[in-house]
Ligand binder design. Sequence first.
Ligand code: TGC
Ligand code: FAD
Length: 396
Amino acid sequence: MTEGRAGSAVDELSAIDGELDEAERLIRANVRRFVRERYLPRAAELYEREEFPRDLVTELGELGVLGAGLEGYGCAGLGAVAYGLILEELEYGDSGLRSFASVQGSLAMFALRAFGTEAQKQRYLPEMARGKLIGCFGLTEPDSGSDPGSMQTRARPDGSDFVLDGTKMWITNAPIADVAVIWAKVGAGGAESIRGFVVERGRPGFETSRVHGKMSLRSSETGAIHLEGCRVPAEAALEHKPGLGAPLRCLNEARLGIAWGAVGAAKACFDCALGYAKERVQFGLPIAKKQLVQADFADMASELVKAELLSLHFSRRKERGEKPSPAQVSLCKRNNVAMALSVARSARNLLGANGILLEYPVVRHLLNLESVYTYEGTHQIHTLVLGKALTGEDAF
Ligand code: TGC
Ligand code: FAD
């Protein structure tokens, strides 16, 4: 078994360490240790039992990884590269672990940090950073996925309150969330617009249910949010220009993190396959001595190195104040998740029959990455974002 590691074999090839400062390397080492010691020994069992390790949430808070890219309110205020490295290490463990951190930090906490009132920030962010409160982000609906502008959830003003009705579906963390960022339509006819609301569990009319039977991201909590006459005070509304722009800004944050995370999943598969190929003997020799097998490793390593450097490039630019455009973010998410799926498939093949066993991390990552390919904008949606940026033509 090669689940634990000092560093991936591809790190030497990319020479990424030379591009990181000491603080970044230290953060990466701390998260790496956490994942190796606290997560990986349980990874297969959690996956098999369809269980999220809720007991690790406060430890993640103590590690300082929740909302680590945000400034103030108890958040670590790290740069985009350090935050990306954290997500890469978490996803080396499991995409579900990274999903938890992405939704908590890049979606729920980011929405509050960017669009919350001062009172909302004070009330939720420090507790969310410590892992004492869990957040989720409700954009998708049963009939509204790639096209969130078609959402049916409504927020009707009533006196000084809003009353929310609708269903959000496929929401990471929903079954365990204390607080949900809900996107809903306000107004009617031509005057409709989308607004965000912070809804606490316990409000009458707010219920969640769990999606069971997932064959992917099994150790992540995924569910629906049912809103039926759920009354919230006006102070629950986020402050942003009404429209889809606000939730899409949150998605930009999360998508760049996913591009880093996918590199972690791919490295886990690569490392496992490399260790295996050195030991697995067929035709009298370890398969690592076979040229076709070496070609697979050369291909996997090339794509992995390029993907990591792509994330590094745009994250460094972001740190210099040159925020990646939505098309640049789509480039990263689309490329890196497709790369990770392809690496996971090659690694699965190199393990032969053993590649389908949960005893090895590869098939778990492969199945997880099927979700990552779909969420935060499907591969095709990012293709169309790039197509539009390049041609000027909207083909959605
Ligand atoms: P469109 O008319 O193009 O744009 C509406 C407004 O939004 C602005 N905008 C953006 N702003 C910031 N970042 C972006 N990436 C933006 N893209 C567009 C745009 O400028 C406009 O602003 P304004 O002021 O003019 O109103 O919108 P559209 O309806 O045509 O849709 C565009 C499209 C298809 C790209 C968008 O809807 C989309 O990205 N769809 C995919 C949906 C998606 O990604 N859902 C993810 C849900 S969350 C999730 O999956 C979490 S997974 C768990 C985990 O992370 O682990
Ligand atoms: P659809 O939009 O119905 O797409 C179906 C297929 O049609 C896809 O292949 C798609 O690429 C293609 N397609 C759609 N439009 C076009 C087009 N114009 N041209 C060409 N092809 C097109 N959402 C949240 O809001 N919060 C969460 O926390 C969250 N967590 C998730 C966790 C998991 C495990 C999963 C699987 C999903 C999660 N999602 C979440 C939802 C996710 O964002 C959506 O599944 C995703 O946006 C796609 O929507 P859909 O599933 O409805 O597919």
